[in-house]
Design a protein around this ligand. Sequence first.
Ligand code: FAD
Length: 690
Amino acid sequence: AEFDTLDIVVLGVILLGTIAYFTKGTLWGITKDPYANAFANANGAKAGRSRNILEKMDETGKNCVIFYGSQTGTAEDYASRLAKEGKSRFGLETMVADLEEYDFDNLDAMPSDKVVMFILATYGEGEPTDNAVEFYEFITGDDVSFSEGSDPALQNLNYVAFGLGNNTYEHYNSMVRNVDKALQKLGANRIGEAGEGDDGAGTMEEDFLAWKDPMWAALAEKMGLEEREAVYEPTFGIVDRENLTVDSPEVYLGEPNKMHLEGTAKGPFNSHNPYIAPIAESRELFSAKDRNCIHMDVDINGSNLSYQTGDHIAIWPTNSGDEVDRFLDIIGLKEKRNNVISIKALEPTAKVPFPTPTTYDAIVRYHLEICAPVSRQFVATLAAFAPNDEVKAEMARLGSDKEYFHSKTGPHFYNIARLLDTVGKGEKWTNIPFSAFIEGLNKLQPRYYSISSSSLVQPKKISITAVIESQAIPGRKDPFRGVATNYLFALKQKQNGDPNPSPFGKTYALNGPRNKFDGIHVPVHVRHSNFKLPSDPAKPVIMVGPGTGVAPFRGFIQERAKQAQNGATVGRTILFFGCRKRSEDFLYESEWEEYKKALGDSLEIVTAFSRESSKKVYVQHRLKERSKEIGELLSQKAYFYVCGDAAHMAREVNTVLAQIIAESRGVSETKGEEIVKNMRAANQYQEDVW
Ligand code: FAD
């Protein structure tokens, strides 16, 4: 056949369009995300790099890629640990990769002498993490198609899978389950079991350790790998920058990215780029002597940040000075804390998790989770660097014997410095390469809080309601204290000119790097959530929020009071609130009266005080007492909300609700449970639990 010019032009345009489609624009250096450049600036990431994983592996000589789908960083940390272990024990050439950074339509061309690992967290109500959305939709899609077109498509693909989930959620580990199913369906070969870690039971770390050993054995057999004596090799090199000091302008002293360093911080503010927000107001909410809870208003005026009632705010904490000191002291770096260093990845695919040049002090204070529980695998790694043979043997035993480890460490709430101090009997651990801490400790994570204000009432001021984490430890003078909440408490103390700014012997660099947080500021970003009021205010709402679970409901009630003031018809609004004693921890007691002025009798606060009588009364008991009314409201399509403790309260409320429905509709309890499930699916039942 002959083509005329127009045909050729048309064909050319179609061809270009097709290439553009399949390459997602990478040939033109177009990045898929309009904000990618802003992120890149914030992250130091390189724009326009290849999204072709095969090419990347060939270029860097890798035969094993570990993809992670991570929201808070745990899955990413597990991926890095697998990469490290694969290399040191089996000589695998490993790399870690963010699912978001690659395309997957050439997975079918992955040769069978390579292996792909998927470490996938399930987020919220069974959703993929943000960075895994595209991959998830692609691989589980009905019309998934690959470049080679063989059948079955993924017959050459060898893969390994581990999921991170929480059994208190309805869709436990649905990410890894669904991805595994999809890969099986496409003919891929799984090596070992698809592992599942359970944060709800608090066994994530042990689930991971128990899963990985048989997986390595199966992988070694499948790929003919020889296990060798694992010798520690650092992933990062530490370079002393003797010509720089803490006063050099290019040195990061805790600034989260380049814009913050240069004083040009601007939006979009997000999980890579916090807004340094002024705190407008802060106060104590409890009147109990030994427990604290704070209310804080964060000012987001002029930041371009916005929120909707029911969203979450992330707080970027700073480690306390006493813990930073303890850590630097035990590893012998106290004297060098302000020395300037650069961190270099010794391995082309490894990423330095924070900006450099920087100082040891800044790394430990702003970037590493130094107070968290210690991983048993990390203890095993550190054994090699013990100060003497006796300590080395003890570390090796702790690292390899699960029962022994938990009996020795469990009751003490050790963090890494306390553990090294105890096991080493006070000797300093000066032989540990600093790289081991960058690899073995998690990145310091932002903590999330359910916003306790209404965006209709105060669009530019975000309220937080946070209980201060503190637990007495038998045999220890100072209690265990949570990282973020005690930092917030210290900010509150300072703001209110409290004579005791470090109430629990905790000190914080509240002014931040180069005094950039001075004047009472805290780094934050906002995360959107699906926890939302019905769009029609006339719909009745039932809210169950004991303790700090009341946070989002303060926002909901504020909002409905405002809607009523604006002339809207607002439906019945019932809050079930529980705490210990009316006189101690009844949150926002006086405010509820204010909202009643606007909402009248349609607002009711039903209270359950657990320590006011010999019989402990909880919110679920109150719910039961109100069965009849709740049944009726639900038949009028009331929305039902639960917020707070995921492990116990939310489960029990769920069960009670199914019973109430069963009773009021004259059906079986199983049927009642099914109705609750359907309500969830229809968003008529919503949870915000942690
Ligand atoms: P952390 O230092 O993170 O400690 C938390 C817990 O981890 C400790 O209690 C302890 O059990 C364990 N732990 C930590 N270190 C060790 C160790 N070395 N050994 C043994 N155990 C250890 N909280 C609120 O108060 N109000 C809210 O509105 C709210 N909303 C939330 C919404 C969401 C979506 C989520 C996910 C959480 C929410 N939280 C809320 C909880 C909040 O994010 C924090 O987890 C909480 O404030 C504790 O933070 P922290 O840094 O003070 O404690």
